[in-house]
Design a protein around this ligand. Structure first.
Ligand code: ZN
Length: 579
């Protein structure tokens, strides 16, 4: 494309400074656009500015999370969030409005259909009166995080945060697991009223936002806001039904096996995380360097192309990627933020992976998962529009989750013992379907909440218990006798309900896609699966969701027949694994 390169933004610019950014935003806003060509030029120039702004924020965020003890980095990030971002927002919205008007005047053809659709939809959804409601919503969500973050317990004589308590659910000592579960649950119950109060307000504010924008409820508003143009609440309900009908019998068979291996008549909530054969947790590697070296070998064996992409990301020996352009920061260390993420630096078009590797199997899944996101960005690196270098979550997670599955044959690089490798594979395959009932629970709960915003807490509890009847506790049928109190409040653990409403079903839709590509590798060979992967990822977000799935040879379908087929195939593969 002739106009692909933009020289609108100076090569050397500190885009974290408002005085550098403002003139560019204003220039775009004021620029006369009188033809389709000029409109295209305008879109590409704006894209370059957006990419530059995005990268400025990425660098500040990466810098802060890699070095939480640096006051300078904390304050630089805070200054941007508090002073610069709020100034950009209204101008960006003016640019969106200008884009929508121009899109109705000049026809740029199919190539621009998705960006025009997305921008026009955002403009249509905007309501001045929703701004204070959104501010309230953010405050409430922060209150929830603060309440959860402040929860600690004393266990085995030591003060622990709730995330730190997670490891005790893997303990082979059943008494210890039960004590840990009860300790955490009691702590959560202490604040349950307060958290319900926060949630009541969130539901009320969100309902008001939806109605302000002309919808019957928040559901229609949030579907449009999340750009769910290609599926409806009805299709989500059909997905829930399919999970109930086809995945629940599968997880019930897993539960039966778990019970017999543990020698129990029934499962209690603290019997779900332990290895059913009583083995100690897997320890596949030691340190970030070893993680990267072995992951590289896994990709070397899977695909030369992916191996080369992974190799460009660095050797992991550099623990401060943010400063010199390296792309990995993996080791857990003091002064580093928790968690893991992949963040694309949009202007330089280089990915960055952040992790806190502790030597567990989960770290391998995270590593190849985030690598999948990075491959996605790298396959789209020549796409001029930043909007199209990103894709909808429903497909972006196909890119990452597929890597968790396609790398499985090569996990021997981490597990010299075949027994360990198979144990890890079993865990991966069981988990890829086992997560679906919880996804259905959280999604169905939110549909029920926001279509019935005036429900009382008691009615919500009934809704929750009804869903637990259908989908178990995270898929498991457990014995609650004597511990009924916390049962209707389990939803309070799921942060998405507070901070990212409705953002969850995406993982389920993507999981089906990832399983679909993996099955292709079993049926048509690895090459065919990798071709489908490359073809679909290279489209980025330039096409609507069903076309992205189609490019991978997948139906965009999450109804009963798709789910039933996947369950049957995964179960057949599981049966091949030695026990
Ligand atoms: Zn992901």
């Amino acid at each position: 494309m002739s106009q692909a390169v933009s020289e609108f933004v100076p090569a050397e610019i500190d885009a974290s400074k408002w005085e550098n950014v403002e003139p560019l935003l204003v220039a775009l806003l004021d620029r006369p656009v009188e033809s389709a060509d000029e409109f295209e030029r305008w879109i590409i120039d704006r894209s370059e500015l957006d990419a530059t702004l995005g990268e400025a924020l990425a660098l500040l965020y990466i810098g802060m999370t890699c070095d939480t003890e640096s006051e300078k980095r904390q304050s630089e990030y805070a200054a941007y969030i508090e002073d610069v971002a709020p100034k950009i927002k209204p101008l960006a919205f003016e640019l969106d409005k200008k884009h929508a008007v121009l899109a109705s005047r000049f026809d740029l053809g199919e190539r621009y259909a998705v960006i025009n659709r997305d921008t026009t939809s955002d403009v249509e959804l905007f309501r001045e009166e929703n701004i204070p409601l959104q501010t309230d919503e953010e405050k409430l969500s922060t209150e929830y995080q603060a309440a959860i973050g402040a929860m600690t317990v004393t266990f085995n004589g030591e003060e622990k945060t709730l995330p730190q308590m997670g490891v005790f659910q893997e303990s082979t000592d059943r008494d210890e697991r039960e004590r840990a579960w009860r300790t955490v649950t009691d702590r959560r119950l202490q604040d349950a009223e307060k958290i319900s109060g926060i949630f009541d307000q969130l539901v009320e504010k969100r309902d008001a936002m939806g109605r302000n924008a002309g919808f019957d409820s928040y559901v229609g508003y949030v579907f449009k806001g999340m750009r769910r143009f290609d599926y409806t609440p009805e299709l989500c309900f059909a997905f829930h039904d399919a999970i109930e009908k086809h995945v629940m019998p599968f997880v019930e068979r897993l539960d039966a096996r778990r019970r017999s291996q543990l020698g129990l008549d029934s499962l209690r909530p603290w019997d779900l995380g332990v290895d059913p054969k009583g083995r100690e947790p897997l320890r596949p590697f030691d340190g970030g360097v070893e993680l990267v070296t072995k992951t590289q070998r896994v990709f070397d064996r899977l695909s030369p192309e992916l191996a080369e992409m992974f190799a460009t990301m660095g050797d992991g020996s550099n623990s401060d990627g943010a400063r010199d352009g390296a792309s990995l920061d993996l080791d857990s260390r003091k002064g580093k933020a928790p968690g893991g993420y992949q963040y694309m630096r949009d202007r330089s078009r280089t990915p960055f992976i952040f992790m806190n590797a502790a030597g567990q199997h989960g770290d391998i899944s995270t590593m190849v998962h985030e690598a999948g996101h990075a491959f996605h960005s790298m396959y789209c690196v020549d796409e001029p529009l930043v909007h199209y270098r990103e894709s909808p979550i429903e497909f972006a997670e196909v890119a990452s989750m597929t890597m968790e599955l396609l790398t499985m044959p090569y996990w021997g690089e981490f597990y010299p013992s075949e027994e360990d490798a198979n144990r890890a594979r079993r865990q991966q395959m069981e988990g890829s379907l086992g997560i679906l009932p919880w996804i259905a629970t959280i999604d169905a709960f939110q549909h029920a909440l926001y279509t019935n915003p005036t429900h009382t807490r008691e009615q919500r509890a009934e809704t929750w218990l009804g869903l637990e009847q259908r989908f178990g506790l995270q898929g498991h049928r457990v014995d609650w006798s004597g511990i009924e109190n916390p049962r209707p409040l389990i939803w309070q653990r799921q942060g998405h309900l507070f901070g990212n409403p409705f953002y969850y079903v995406e993982y389920g839709i993507a999981q089906l896609g990832a399983l679909g590509i993996w099955l292709k590798s079993l049926e048509d060979g690895e090459e065919a699966a990798l071709d489908a992967y490359r073809r679909s990822l290279s489209l980025g977000g330039s096409r609507p969701l069903p076309e992205l799935f189609a490019a991978a040879g997948l139906p965009f379908d999450f109804g009963a027949s798709t789910v039933a087929r996947l369950v049957e195939r995964v179960e057949a593969e599981l049966e091949k694994l030695p026990d």
